[in-house]
Ligand binder design. Structure first.
Ligand code: FAD
Length: 446
C-alpha cells in the first residue's frame, strides 16, 4: 500500500537534493514530511576527488541552514585569484586579471571545499532535522499526463558524464482527482524495493543523467565540448596563501584551487583523447605533464589524490517543471566547470524552489501546484541560460590557438582589470549576489 503522508519526495541525495530537504524541514517543521531517495545515501563519497568553489551566496545559505559550522574547518577561503593567458610552454605567463577575494569585510567571495566533506555534512544534518532517507533509487515512471508526447525526448541522450543512472528505477503514477477535473493531486513513486510513496511534489535532483527528467518527457538542449576535465589533488612545498589560479592554455583552462594545508585541487581541461592519454600515464609521465602546466612557483609538487576524468558538456532542460515535478541542479542544467558555477547554480535553484514552496504552504496552498512550479521556473530558467551561455562563451573564447582571439580576450581581460566598478560587478556576480537573489542565498531564513 502507498504511504500517503509525504509532502515532497526528492529523488537524489547529492548536494542539491539534501540541501532542499533540509531547507523545507527547517522552515515548515515536523508536520511537513520530506523524503529523499538515493541508492548512494549512507555510502562513502571518498571516491569523489572533486572539490567545489562554494561562492559567498552558497556559504550564506549553508550558514543559515546550520550546515556551514560542520565544514568550516575544512573550507579554504579564496583570498586572491589570478587569471593568465599563454601558450603551454611560454616561459612567462602574463597576468591579465586579479581579484582580491572579499565581497564584504571578512567575507571571501568563495571557499574551496572537498565534495565529500560537504555531502557528508548535509546527510548528517538531513537526518538530524528528520528528513526521511531511503537508500534506494526512485523513479522510472509512466506519467499518464504526458503519455503520447513523443518520449523519449530529443536531446535527452546520456552523454553528460557518460554513465547511466546507478540503479534501474521503478515507476510512478500521478493520481487523478475527479473533483479537480482530472488533474493529478499526488504522485505515487515506486522505489527500487517496490515500496510506494505518494507525494504532492516530486523533485528531480538526480544529476545530469536524470531518469525522472527523461521519463517526464522533458527534452534537453545541449552539446559535448569534446573536452574532459582531469581532476586530482596536489601537495606542494610552499603555502598557496589562499590564491586560486586559472591558466587559460590552448587546450582549455588549467585551474589550481587552494585546499586546506599545502594542497591544491586541480581541474585540468584537455581534449578528450589527450585527457585519456594523460590520465593513463605512469606516475612519472603524469607528474611531468602536470609540472609543465603547474610550474614550480609553489616548490616541488606531489600528486596526493586519485586521478579522475569527467567528460564535459552543456545541457539545459527545456522546461524545469512538469505536472507535480520540479528539476533542480544538474538534472536541470550542466555547464562547463570553467567558472566553478555548476553547484552554485544548483543552490540557487534550491533556494528559489524552497522559497516558492514555503510561501505557498504557509498560505495553505499545495506545494506541487502549478502556481508554485511556474514561479520557480520563471525565477530560474532565464538566469540559468545566461550563466550557461556565459561559461560556454568563455570556454570557446579561450580554448583555442588563434592569435586574433587571444588579442581580443586579452584586451577584454585588461579592460575588466582596469575599470574598478566593472571588476566589482564581476566579483559580486561570481559570488552569486547579483539579480533577484533568493532569501537563503542572502543569508535570511525562510
Ligand atoms: C570537474 C568538475 C568540477 C566542478 N567544480 C565545481 C565548482 O568548483 N563549483 C561549482 O559550483 N560546481 C562545480 N562543478 C559542478 C558540480 O559538481 C555539480 O553541479 C553538482 O555536483 C551537482 O549537484 P546535484 O546535487 O545536482 O547532482 P549530483 O551531485 O550529481 O547528485 C545526484 C544524486 O542523484 C542520485 N541519483 C541518480 N539517479 C537516481 C535515481 N534514479 N533515484 C535516486 N537518486 C538518484 C545519485 O546517486 C547522486 O547522489 C564541477 C563539476 C565538475 C565535473
Amino acid at each position: 500500500m502507498a504511504r500517503t503522508d509525504i509532502d515532497v519526495l526528492i529523488a537524489g541525495g547529492g548536494f542539491t537534493g539534501l540541501t532542499l530537504a533540509i531547507a523545507l524541514r527547517q522552515a515548515l517543521g515536523a508536520p511537513f514530511a520530506v523524503g529523499v531517495a538515493d541508492p548512494s545515501l549512507g555510502a562513502s563519497h571518498a571516491g569523489d576527488e572533486r572539490a567545489s568553489a562554494v561562492v559567498a551566496a552558497g556559504r550564506r545559505l549553508f550558514d543559515t541552514l546550520d550546515v556551514w559550522n560542520g565544514v568550516a574547518d575544512q573550507a579554504q577561503p579564496i583570498l586572491d585569484m589570478v587569471v593568465t593567458d599563454s601558450r603551454l610552454d611560454d616561459a612567462i605567463r602574463p597576468v591579465f586579471l586579479t581579484f582580491a577575494g572579499e565581497i564584504e569585510t571578512g567575507e571571501p567571495f568563495a571557499h574551496m571545499i572537498e565534495n565529500h566533506y560537504l555531502v557528508d555534512a548535509l546527510e548528517a544534518k538531513a537526518r538530524e532535522v528528520g528528513v526521511e532517507l531511503y537508500s534506494l533509487a526512485a523513479a522510472d515512471f509512466s506519467h499518464p499526463a504526458l503519455e503520447g508526447q513523443g518520449r523519449p525526448p530529443a536531446g535527452g541522450r546520456g552523454w553528460v558524464n557518460g554513465e547511466p543512472p546507478p540503479t534501474p528505477p521503478r515507476s510512478f503514477y500521478p493520481q487523478p482527482s475527479p473533483s479537480r477535473g482530472g488533474s493529478a493531486q499526488r504522485i505515487d513513486v515506486a522505489l527500487a524495493n517496490n515500496e510506494t510513496l505518494s507525494c504532492r511534489l516530486l523533485v528531480a535532483a538526480d544529476g545530469p543523467q536524470s531518469s525522472i527528467r527523461a521519463k517526464a518527457g522533458i527534452a534537453t538542449h545541449g552539446w559535448t565540448y569534446r573536452q574532459s576535465a582531469l581532476v586530482t589533488t596536489v601537495g606542494h612545498e610552499r603555502d598557496h596563501q589562499g590564491r586560486a589560479e586559472e591558466h587559460f592554455l590552448p587546450a582549455g583552462p588549467f585551474a589550481i584551487l587552494p585546499l586546506k594545508g599545502r594542497r591544491s585541487s586541480i581541474v585540468w581541461t584537455e581534449a578528450m583523447r589527450e585527457a585519456e592519454r594523460i590520465v593513463a600515464l605512469p606516475d612519472d609521465g603524469f607528474h611531468a605533464e602536470l609540472e609543465r602546466r603547474f610550474k614550480l612557483h609553489l616548490g616541488e609538487i606531489t600528486v596526493v589524490g586519485a586521478r579522475r576524468i569527467h567528460p564535459l558538456g552543456f545541457c539545459v532542460a527545456r522546461s524545469f517543471i512538469a505536472e507535480r515535478i520540479a528539476l533542480v541542479g544538474d538534472a536541470a542544467h550542466v555547464i562547463h566547470p570553467v567558472a566553478g558555477q555548476g553547484l552554485n547554480m544548483g543552490l540557487k535553484d534550491v533556494a528559489a524552489l524552497a522559497e516558492a514552496i514555503v510561501d505557498a504552504v504557509r498560505l495553505g496552498l499545495d506545494p506541487g501546484s502549478p502556481s508554485v512550479l511556474e514561479r520557480y521556473q520563471r525565477w530560474r530558467r532565464f538566469d540559468t541560460m545566461s550563466m550557461g551561455l556565459a561559461t560556454d562563451g568563455i570556454n570557446r573564447l579561450f580554448s583555442n590557438r588563434s592569435d586574433v582571439l587571444r588579442l581580443v580576450r586579452d584586451i577584454g581581460l585588461g579592460l575588466v582589470e582596469r575599470v574598478p566598478n566593472l571588476k566589482r560587478l564581476f566579483i559580486r556576480e561570481a559570488a552569486g549576489l547579483v539579480g533577484e537573489v533568493p532569501k537563503l542565498l542572502r543569508g535570511e531564513a525562510l
